[in-house]
Design a protein around this ligand. Sequence first.
Ligand SMILES: C[S@@+](CC[C@H](N)C(=O)[O-])C[C@H]1O[C@@H](n2cnc3c(N)ncnc32)[C@H](O)[C@@H]1O
Length: 285
Amino acid sequence: MPALDLSPGYGLPALAASYLDRARVRELFKVRLDRSTKQRRLRFAGAFCLASQRGVNLGREFQVQFTGPYVAGESKFIIAVAMAGPTREFWEKRFAAGDTPWDRGEVSPQLGAWLAAGALKPCRILVPGCGSGYEVAALAAAGFEVTALDYAAEAIGRTRKQLKDAGVEATLVEADALAWRPQRAFDAVYEQTCLCALYPDHWRDYADQLRRWLAPGGRLYALFLQWLRPGAAEGAIEGPPYHCDINAMRALFPEPRWAWPKPPYPRTTHPRGLAELAVVLEHRA
Ligand SMILES: C[S@@+](CC[C@H](N)C(=O)[O-])C[C@H]1O[C@@H](n2cnc3c(N)ncnc32)[C@H](O)[C@@H]1O
């Protein structure tokens, strides 16, 4: 495998050098750390650490990077590594370790507000990235025909338990949200932090899926996670969860293909101290 010649110019924030397993990096990538300045080493350590925390298969990504002409600089490398984003294994490991800070342990108050206001009425609804499934059980109990989707087996197992405990039923699908195709379209999709769990390179595909899943006139009940991280000032894309900037959301779900209500939108708080913007979009034919 060719050596990677690190070149400067990418602004990923440096993480502590103690994260770096230099021997493993050398073994995997044959990186010429000896030629780098300390700062570059730290940046590389940061990229390596962020990527491995996200469950990215670094070795595989790196080999892909080197199948073409030798054009890889530091930024190219970091982007190539980060493009895969969190994997199914990443989420499985988070569930297995009980490391689920996104999990409220109860139904989102915004779902309760939409139901109480009659803004969301019983219909055929999909909950992608359902996690522990509190909302799935609540919707089923409120008379909805619910399909819940997640590619982590543990999430599906937890959702099954929620349904059993509540004595209600829903269709459970263990599949990748970026690939799954239903047999029939839905009247509504309840999107609670599945989008922000996907690396932004996949957002366009996910938005296309949401459009495919919904029947014309169907509604997307979206909770757009708000977490603008300081690294964004230097161009770093950090997550999950990835910040769902409102401008990016308008680009993903543009008028007139989607009808937007007028802002301001309600902000739902999250146990981590974060917030979600609650927006109901209508799929226009
Ligand atoms: C941040 S958690 C949110 C879970 C739940 N919606 C909640 O708010 O508690 C993201 C969930 O999406 C699932 N997920 C991420 N990417 C996915 C994909 N490509 N296909 C299906 N599920 C995915 C993860 O397994 C995880 O359960």
